[in-house]
Design a protein around this ligand. Sequence first.
Ligand SMILES: *Cc1c(COP(=O)(O)O)cnc(C)c1O
Length: 424
Amino acid sequence: MPFRRSKGLVKWIFENQHKMQSVRRCSSLARYKEMEDSAASEHDVSGPKTRPEITPEISFKHDDLQVRLAAPYQLQTKPDAVELGFGKYFTDHMLKIHYSKHLGGWQKPEITPFENLSLHPAAKALHYAIQLFEGMKAYRGVDDKIRLFRPELNMERMNLAAQRSGLPMFDGQELIRCITRLIQIDQEWVPHSETSTLYVRPTLIGTEPTFGIMEPESALLFVILSPVSAYYQTRGDGAVSIFADPAVVRAFPGGVGNRKVGSNYGPTIEATARAAKLGHQQVLWLFGPDRELTEVGAMNIFMVYINDQGERQLSTPPLNGLILPGVTRRSILELASQWEDLVVKEEVITMDRLEDLNDRGRLLELFGAGTAVVVTPIANVGYLHRNIRVPTTSQPRPVYRRLRDTLLAIQYGHVDHPYAKVIA
Ligand SMILES: *Cc1c(COP(=O)(O)O)cnc(C)c1O
């Protein structure tokens, strides 16, 4: 019965057309491969001779660093210090270090001209935010030397975030050496100014192109550099207004508020925009029924007040998992604890406490601290339809200014200090 047979054939073709397509594709691919092989047999990827070099140790090594400099026509013109903004311009080179489980782990670090990345659209970083970042700065000192500020603390924090995210860890000293070389190459990009710096952004992303929510088998660590000026555009005294919104949280116990992973930041944008509409520069992140102060924007928060013993006290919330362990925070605690006229404590601060102290005239200062902003005074807190005015900038000799001046003096080489590391 020819009718039935042809119907069967149509069905067979319908169900098996994918195989026929692949036969067609394979044959043309095979032909293409033949042409390639005969043209350049040394490019054969299956031969053991030409496989990328594998570093047997756990970390990549600065000694393996390969440098490919930008051609003169690829060099960017450097913008004036006044128009820098924050993270708008990038330097001429970048650092890249690939990781591939398949190839034995970390590959050789390379410095290349600044360029776009090429990523598979299924790369895990793009779907599940399997990524993390760091923020540090290179400062050009009064002596024209370039310094980093406690970079080993950034490396430690980066490895902790990597561990939490299933990303590969590495030897922080090796990365500091590679970053040092990158900054040396782009050193003319470190602004000749004490109000601007070169912001250093190490980033680690999971690049494995599969949808499974699991440890990526491939990753990319890259470092880009951006000359920056002050983070906030504010009034003369540099004070900001912040908005405490009890309806949103930034972090929670057992979460990743204490790690610099990108997934902490995207979800803050709506709340920050809402605060901006009400005239505030940042969100004061509260947590729990007692409305504990945790952080402000992407800064650690500090309060100066007269304590129950009548002493001047500097306080910041303890590292309880909700707080990013800031390098600036730690440095402030260490520096201020050596000052005779100040009690320094890590303690829980609630909104009730803050308001009560302010009502009694015992709240003296409120400020945020972080690498990007150094120390930023806070003059106003919007909270439940009212404004809490904080007299931060009207103190005779405010702690925030003393801390800011001390940090800047170390960073810009006015004083010699073990926190600052000369790299060029
Ligand atoms: C980066 C960051 C800080 C500041 O940390 P530093 O090491 O001092 O720059 C504070 N809070 C959050 C949420 C941050 O992301």
